[in-house]
Design a protein around this ligand. Structure first.
Ligand SMILES: NC(=[NH2+])NCCC[C@H](N)C(=O)O
Length: 469
């Protein structure tokens, strides 16, 4: 990774308006290959997130975000600390909001803080969605877009829509971000008269909460130096991508970056997207990502030179395997951990760009197709060797959903005792975190994290293949 140093004298002075705190400065130090590249510099701000004071990051270079693999040393990650939206979950709405149980919100926050701390203690910069969103909402066009997205719901009708719009317009960025994420309950809006408001169930929401935002992997995912703002398949999660889209479009940290995918395109979720190696992407297709979504992504990334091969990997259309990363994650440059029943039965259809057209190869075993595209003799599988019942239980509890912090170092839920023991027996260091409450949403460390910057591992730094960067 390049070491950038920035003249601190160029950092703008603090003020409430993010825009006024953005300044162009010049690189110094080891930036000889990019002389005079402009830096976007946002001043350090302090924000209240829950009960904790968080200092916002200060310096960012345009396009300082880049992810070319699953396992390169993790430098920057985007998380969402679960908040009031978890307290909206009830037995009546949890199915629709895609949670399998009602989480104890305070404990979930503690678990999440420990997750973030485990990453920080390994030198990872942790960003929070809510802070980036609040910053973005300082901009009038971002506010307008956010409000328009929130009231598009046809359930509202014209009259109530106008009331909600004017309610949201009166909120400052912090409270607006809160309403967009935690939702707006019927009782919170004193809309008084009006047919829709009066006929609505008192326990219903005018703006639905977004508990799924916890799983930042799904609503946006980075490929090289571009972000894919995804097209979420489940109604309950669609607005998440709108919020991430706002962040990437309006936050100065991402100025100049054009997304490679958008929520208006065919369904594609980040949990299905695995960056096997620079230039090679596996994309699961099942309950969430559609074949059309894989085809669209393949076109976008091959035409942009971000990848040379996209492997379409069909997975069972079931809740237990909603994304490819529920059954397979990478723990080293040439090693995956996989749910045993699928390890040798998954297939892959290799898609490449040939004379402007997408060419689709005949399906082959996933492990073979992946190894070939990655230029490896073989892709190693950590065979957890578990009996079928333990394997099924631990898969359900996201045992295969690890987050690599570096090659052979990953974060995993502690409860998956057998899977973690097998990982360690194979030479993978495991950072264990508790997830009894976080896991009620059916997602593990990989689902709860969106890497923004990883080093490219040594193996591929020297490789001659198309790196897509
Ligand atoms: N990448 C993942 N596996 N994400 C898990 C998402 C879980 C979430 N409750 C959903 O159903 O959408």
């Amino acid at each position: 990774m390049r070491a950038w140093t920035v003249s601190t004298s160029a950092v703008a002075t603090p003020s409430a308006d993010t825009r006024s705190n953005v300044a162009d400065v010049r690189c110094s130090g080891s930036a000889a290959d990019l002389p005079g590249t402009p830096l976007m510099v946002a001043q350090g701000m302090v924000a209240q997130a829950g009960a904790r004071m968080i200092t916002r990051p200060r310096l960012r270079r345009v396009n300082e975000h880049r992810v070319t693999s699953e396992v390169g040393r993790l430098r920057t990650v985007l998380l969402h600390r679960p908040g009031a939206e978890l307290k909206r979950l009830t037995p009546r709405n949890s199915d629709k909001l895609l949670f399998d149980a009602i989480p104890w919100a305070g404990r979930a926050q503690e678990e999440h803080d420990a997750f973030a701390e485990a990453l920080r203690s390994r030198g990872v910069e942790v960003l929070y969605v809510v802070e980036l969103l609040q910053d973005a909402l300082e901009y009038e066009p971002a506010r307008e877009q956010a409000i328009a997205d929130a009231v598009v719901d046809l359930r509202l009708g014209d009259q109530l829509r106008r009331v909600v719009e004017s309610y949201l317009r009166d909120l400052d960025p912090e409270r607006l971000a809160h309403a967009l994420i935690a939702g707006l309950a019927h009782e919170e809006l004193k809309a008084g008269h009006g047919l829709v408001y009066r006929l609505m169930d008192r326990l219903d929401f005018i703006i639905d909460p977004l508990p799924g935002l916890l799983f930042t992997r799904d609503n946006s995912t980075w490929i090289g130096d571009r972000v894919a703002v995804t097209s979420l398949a489940m109604e309950a999660r669609r607005r998440e991508a709108d919020l991430l889209g706002l962040v990437y479009a309006h936050h100065p940290r991402f100025a100049g970056m054009r997304p490679i995918y958008e929520p208006t395109l065919e369904h594609l979720e980040g949990g299905d997207v695995l960056l096997l190696s620079p230039g090679v992407i596996a994309v699961g297709t099942g309950e969430r990502t559609t074949p059309a979504g894989v085809e669209r992504l393949a076109r976008q990334v091959t035409e942009a030179g971000l990848a040379h091969t996209v492997l379409a990997v069909p997975i069972a259309q079931e809740r237990a395997t909603m994304h490819l990363d529920t059954v397979c994650t990478m723990v080293d440059v040439d090693t995956v951990v996989m749910y045993p029943p699928v390890a040798h039965s998954l297939t892959a259809w290799a898609v490449t760009l040939d004379g402007g057209e997408l060419r689709v190869a005949e399906p082959r075993p996933f492990l073979d197709a992946a190894a070939e595209a990655m230029g490896l003799d073989r892709l190693k599988v950590i065979d957890t060797g578990l009996d079928p019942v333990t394997a099924e239980r631990e898969q359900w509890d996201d045992g295969n959903n690890t987050l690599a912090v570096a090659p052979r170092l990953c974060v995993a839920y502690e409860r998956n005792i057998e899977t973690n023991a097998q990982l360690e027996a194979s030479g993978i260091e495991v950072i264990r975190i508790t997830g009894s409450e976080l896991g009620t949403g059916r997602g593990g460390p990989r689902c709860m994290s969106c890497p923004l910057l990883r080093d490219t591992p040594e193996l591929w730094n020297t490789a001659t293949q198309n790196t897509g960067t």
